[in-house]
Design a protein around this ligand. Structure first.
Ligand code: 13P
Ligand code: SF4
Length: 329
């Protein structure tokens, strides 16, 4: 598993590439306190790729994309799982580890995609298309997952759609991810008008301007929550971890990441030989997770993720079906 757990010296060295010394002086005592609290409480901290570098490198034990962190949540052996990410991710951890205490440092860390659809809306769509299987992107609530046949993430959406025994699928709630999947499958995809408020901001012009500026010497890597025009203009599109893997083999030294800002910051520290060309959009939800709130969360054991048992049961089937297909040996 990609584990973080860097030494304090390594953390300071990484942070000094982005923050000024006085900021680092404020971060280090908090990082120490959190790492001590983790031991006392037998807690494991999962950190999504969009966490700021202090949270990502300083205190997260396991780091990755939402698929990888779901798998980790199912396998982790700890009394407390604290999810450094957004609410739907912490809910997914609870669905997969229902007997553990799952916390999130700010319960208002939501997601525009998760908020774009309710369980009742899913029921209405199902009634419109009786018998058509429903694939939901994990960026949705536990209650929505409970209405679904199978989940997917941006890392495995095409694989999951192909694995379903039907020529038509309902794919919820991201219309851009659905558009991008239509290019990869012959199946008919019925979608819903949900969008990521971060990735919908990008246009092909962002790419054109950078390509012109650098005389074409740039590798463009986008997340599939972007429009299909943006993805078509990119050299590669994939989940956040797949994007990182592509950086490792990118033909150009110059990289344009079409995704959330903190991922660029984290990668600048990881790949000092690459030049990350700026242009980024901030996810206000991801940015709600701070060191101060993480410390309070561990001290007070808040905010605990609580989900009705029947919802957990139904949602777990959908998430587990995805994990079985994605990680089958
Ligand atoms: P990944 O599954 O690629 O980590 O993305 C999650 C997400 O919220 C992207 O906006
Ligand atoms: Fe949701 Fe977009 Fe933020 Fe990811 S980046 S959590 S999809 S709003």
């Amino acid at each position: 598993m990609p584990t973080a757990n860097f030494t304090e010296k390594e953390v300071i060295s990484k942070l000094s590439k982005l923050y000024i010394p006085s900021e680092i002086d404020e971060m280090i005592p908090l990082i120490r306190e959190i790492n001590q609290l983790k031991k006392e409480k037998n807690a494991v901290l999962l950190g999504h790729n969009y966490m700021t570098p202090d949270v990502f490198y300083g205190v997260s034990d396991i780091i990755g994309d939402s698929l990888y962190l779901s798998k980790a949540a199912a396998e982790v052996d700890a009394d407390i799982i604290l999810f450094n990410g957004v609410h739907f991710m912490a809910e997914t951890a609870k669905i997969l580890s229902p007997h553990r205490k799952v916390l999130i440092a700010d319960e208002k860390a939501g997601c525009s995609l998760a908020e774009s659809i309710t369980r009742d809306e899913v029921k209405k769509i199902k009634a419109q298309y009786p018998g058509v299987p429903v694939v939901t992107y994990v960026n949705c609530s536990a209650a929505v997952k409970a209405e679904t046949d199978i989940c997917c993430t941006s890392a495995n959406a095409a694989q999951i759609i192909e694995a379903i025994d039907s020529d038509t699928v309902i794919f919820l709630p991201d219309e851009y991810l659905a558009d991008n999947m239509r290019k990869l499958t012959k199946k008919k995809i019925i979608s819903h008008p949900g969008r990521c408020m971060v990735h919908e901001m990008y246009t092909p012009l962002d790419i054109q301007i950078t390509r012109q500026r650098l005389g074409g010497d740039v590798t463009v890597i986008s997340h599939p929550e972007c429009s299909k025009e943006v993805v078509d203009y990119s050299d590669f599109s994939g989940s956040t971890s797949q994007m990182i893997d592509f950086v490792k083999q990118a033909p150009s030294k110059n990289i344009l990441l079409i995704t959330e800002c903190s991922m660029g910051d984290n990668l600048r520290m990881e790949f000092p030989d690459k030049y990350f060309v700026s242009t980024c959009q901030t996810c206000p939800h991801m940015k709600k997770i701070t060191l101060e709130k993480i410390k309070n969360s561990l001290i007070n054991e808040t905010f605990e993720i609580l989900i009705d048992e029947d919802i957990i049961e139904k949602a777990r089937n959908a998430v587990n079906r995805m994990l079985e297909i994605s990680f089958k040996k």
